[in-house]
Write a protein that binds this ligand. Structure first.
Ligand code: HEC
Length: 173
């Protein structure tokens, strides 16, 4: 009895494997390019992958106050979530005081992170222009760019972050 069931099982498995190689498991459906575009949004330090758009800190400040301040605090510090600006001491102190301005190696990564995950309760809510603007605001708060500089898909990768050599760069081209 046991042997017969075992043989039957092998037989079923072989047939299943055979059918699978011919027509596949027939699960799921093709993914639309709109869905792929929504997930395929990696941005590289050289600017590859940046969407078209632009913004400055002036507009970014308003967006920050509406969408970010409640968690990250006034001027990027003192909130319940991570400090984004206003480091009180250095990155080389123990423990270091890490903020966007002294820690993050690339401005493009700041944009990428905000676009894919902030605001925390509604990621993806901001338009590309709004992400550029709020990124500009954080860069200006950290003294990296001036408040009136307009950042866009052509110049964001050219902004030099102070800690750009503090990481192992596997993307350098
Ligand atoms: C509901 C609370 C909340 C809101 C609103 C929010 N954040 Fe955050 N944010 C967090 C938390 C919590 C973290 C840390 C968790 C993480 O890294 O995923 C974080 C992390 C970050 C970081 C990374 C900080 C670091 O150095 O690791 C950035 C940059 C950031 N947020 C930007 C923004 C911006 C810009 C907005 C507004 C568009 C925003 N956040 C709105 C809660 C929030």
């Amino acid at each position: 009895m046991y042997m017969r069931n075992f043989t039957l099982l092998i037989f079923i498995m072989m047939n299943y494997a055979h059918a699978e190689t011919i027509q596949g498991p027939n699960l799921g459906k093709p993914v639309s390019s709109a869905v792929v575009d929504r997930w395929n949004r990696d941005i590289f330090p050289n600017g590859e992958g940046l969407p078209t758009g632009a913004g400055s800190a002036y507009k970014g400040k308003i967006i920050y106050q509406q969408q970010c301040l409640s968690c990250h605090g006034v001027d990027g510090a003192g909130g319940s979530a991570d400090e984004l600006a206003g480091a009180l001491h250095s990155l080389t102190d123990d423990p270091p005081d890490k903020v966007v301005g002294n820690y993050w190696p690339y401005a493009t990564t700041v944009f990428d992170f905000i676009r894919r995950s902030m605001p925390l309760h509604a990621p993806g809510k901001l338009s590309n222009d709004e992400v550029y603007a709020v990124t500009a605001y954080l860069l200006a708060l950290n003294g990296i760019i001036s408040e009136d500089k307009i950042i866009d898909n052509n110049n964001l990768s050219k902004i030099e972050m102070p800690n750009r050599d503090g990481f192992i760069n596997t993307f350098k081209k």
